[in-house]
Design a protein around this ligand. Structure first.
Ligand code: GDP
Length: 240
């Protein structure tokens, strides 16, 4: 049964039982992007990104209109740094690190009814189990119900890619028919050879989890991979 048809109590019950959340997502019920718009390559100015709001759950999100792309990753993967680098704003994602907002979904306006969405960082063990389960439910609900969601940017430290958390997210998205592009972050921490190797290994293993996903190297510090990431974002945001 798709999550949105599932009574809240039974959804919570399943989460407590450790049910595999991705099985709840019925990909047929999700409308996903079609063709690219003609001028997608010039539409979006990421430097004008501006904070809109922080919400605890998808049902409190801004109107589900236009198009948005969400960023997800383990805590410390480099998500805030990537958002800042892509928007060329040092403080943009600081909003998401404000106490009280770290477990919230943060929305940023790009103009033209386009948005970037910063999902809560996940994976550090010190969060209580009940909170992790609640976060899983909130994330799954967000991925499931947002019709304007065009794709997910998944951030992984290039030195520790494809953790079990990353694998699970990839499988949820594959089931939901949601496009995923991976940023292998902090690529400056590896020499050219090992960084290229990390890219190859991830690319080779991706079909196990999400056959359509793509991947690139990224360094917020050295500002490499920004144009490639912006191109994917522009294509998605202008699609459908
Ligand atoms: P988040 O928790 O996923 O938002 O991660 P942050 O963006 O806050 O980054 C976590 C840590 O990694 C910080 O100390 C950053 O300075 C560092 N970091 C992020 N991106 C890079 C990068 O491209 N290169 C290097 N060397 N460090 C980075």
């Amino acid at each position: 049964m798709p999550l949105k048809q599932m009574p809240a109590r039974s959804a919570n019950h399943l989460a407590k039982k450790g049910a595999i959340v991705h099985q709840w997502i019925d990909s047929r019920s999700i409308k996903r992007p079609g063709k690219l718009c003609e001028n997608s390559r010039m539409n979006i100015d990421f430097r004008q990104a501006a904070f809109i709001t922080s919400v605890p759950k998808a049902d409190r999100a801004p109107p589900d209109e236009g198009a948005e792309v969400a960023f997800a990753g383990r805590s410390n993967a480099g998500k805030s740094s990537a958002l800042n680098a892509i928007s060329e704003q040092r403080g943009l994602a600081r909003t998401s690190k404000t106490p009280g907002r770290t477990q919230q979904i943060n929305f940023f306006d790009l103009g033209g009814n386009h948005r970037l969405v910063d999902l809560p960082g996940f994976g550090y063990a010190r969060v209580p189990q009940a909170m992790k389960q609640q976060w899983q439910l909130n994330l799954t609900e967000y991925l499931h119900i947002r019709q304007s969601l065009r794709g997910l940017i998944l951030l992984m430290d290039c030195r520790h890619p494809l953790t079990s958390y990353d694998q699970q997210i990839l499988m949820w998205c594959a089931d939901a028919g949601l496009a995923v592009h991976i940023l292998l972050t902090k690529s400056d921490k590896l020499k050219r050879g090992p960084a290229g190797n990390s890219l190859l290994v991830v690319r080779r293993r991706l079909p196990e989890f999400h056959p359509g996903a793509s991947v690139q190297l990224f360094s917020a510090l050295k500002k490499t991979g920004i144009d490639e990431a912006r191109q994917v974002l522009s294509d998605w945001l202008c699609s459908g």
